[in-house]
Design a protein around this ligand. Sequence first.
Ligand code: FAD
Ligand code: 2HG
Ligand code: ZN
Length: 468
Amino acid sequence: MPDLLTDLRAALGDEHVLTAEANTAAYAVDWRGAYRGTPLAVLRPGSTDEVAAAVRLANDAGVAIVPQGGNTGMCGGAVPTDDGSQLVLSLGRMRRVREVDAEGGTITVEAGVVLAEVQEAAAEAGRLFPVSLGSEGSCTVGGTIATNAGGTAVLRYGMMRSQVLGLEVVLPDGRVWDGLRSLRKDNTGYDLTQLFIGAEGTLGVVTAAVLTLQPATPARATAWVALPSVAAAATLLPLLRDHAADRLTTWELVSRPALELVLAAGVTNPLDSTAEWFGLVELAGPAGADVDADLERALGDAVEKDLVLDAAIAGSPAQRAGLWALRERVSEAQESLGPTVKHDVSVPISSLDDLVARLGPALEEALPGIRPIVYGHVGDGNLHYNLSRPPSLEPEDFLVHAVELSRIVHDTTAALDGSISAEHGLGSGKAAAAAAYKSDVEVDLMRAVKAALDPAGLMNPGKVLPLQ
Ligand code: FAD
Ligand code: 2HG
Ligand code: ZN
């Protein structure tokens, strides 16, 4: 493709079209090393106009584009194929906070702005940007929009799609759709903004967004609790809400094997408990709100009802950070066990107990010694049911079982009316599995949307929908 690369260099500048392997290597593999590809080149445009120019040139040449943000995704969505035919388009240089409107409660940011930077800009303006993920120091606004990321405050604020008022998108043919509106109400037809959210870069490249800001919640009360069962965790949700109403921000679950991994990584255990399940609960409110009293009352009620066995309440910001580490560091800590077969499932909250009760024995029968590392956003009915290898198996001997193990997890989830991808999206890794659990009508509709916006099929092909 010498002509295309020459034209791209003219449009973006030589130094922003990377082709040497040493320069492209970091963009060719996901953070876990689970998905690898070989890009034709890596493009690093610095503005919306440059993204549009690059996409137009690629479209004219019939070359596919893979948008990439912080490359923290779980399903290979930002990784190109390994045949050297696709361009990775990194938004890493588009890092401007264009506007913060504290009174109006909005922030306008470019796609490459890192999530933690949005949170910081909001805090400086006396506001809160509520989406919070373990990867917030690296993942980008574009990536969190493209995956409709969830995280640990969904219970109160919803997923990324609930925070987006407007978008600027470069369409697959290189045209720019300026939908950067900050309206709370706009019923003028199909909701195009929402269409691009969660599309994982298959319908266009998000270049900027208007996001909503929330009132700041400096008053926080956080507890780590030992639980008698998963059923108790589910029953606790309405109890916590009865006591805290919408101040309940976080209700997370960690199984003992997941906790053991985090402890082995050096995090301190605040409870001396033999429980098999633990929870992290956080209440947050405006300055002066007595969230500590709400939390103590809620936990007292829960202990009385035998729903909580023991609890440690954070007494300082350092202790709070310690409790959060028990939950947030599980994903990274599991990497110490070698390759993980990951599952990100959701079921109605009332079925969580059933899901866990069915999966344990079924997986043990399929592969004796298998180590389920279960944790997640129990308040959202979302578990990360991740599997590590039996100690006796080498990684490659374990991975041959991955398809069958995932089939068991996904079939069981589907039987309980659940979803096989609650918050991580589909990428290339789960596209075929998701299509298999959807009706023909649903898959047809998705294909029709894709064909309408990307008739040449050049925008992140093979992601979300399997290639036909
Ligand atoms: P990338 O990984 O670069 O890309 C993800 C997808 O979005 C790809 O399909 C890519 O093509 C597309 N994309 C990226 N940028 C754009 C753009 N500008 N326009 C169009 N498409 C684009 N996820 C959760 O939902 N909840 C969690 O709690 C959570 N915790 C995590 C904890 C850790 C430690 C890690 C490593 C990851 C976690 N994730 C979580 C997963 C991941 O961080 C999110 O999916 C995140 O939204 C990805 O953002 P990114 O910028 O890294 O996107
Ligand atoms: C989390 O909730 C993330 O910690 C990561 O969504 C989950 O690594 C995972 O499977
Ligand atoms: Zn998660």
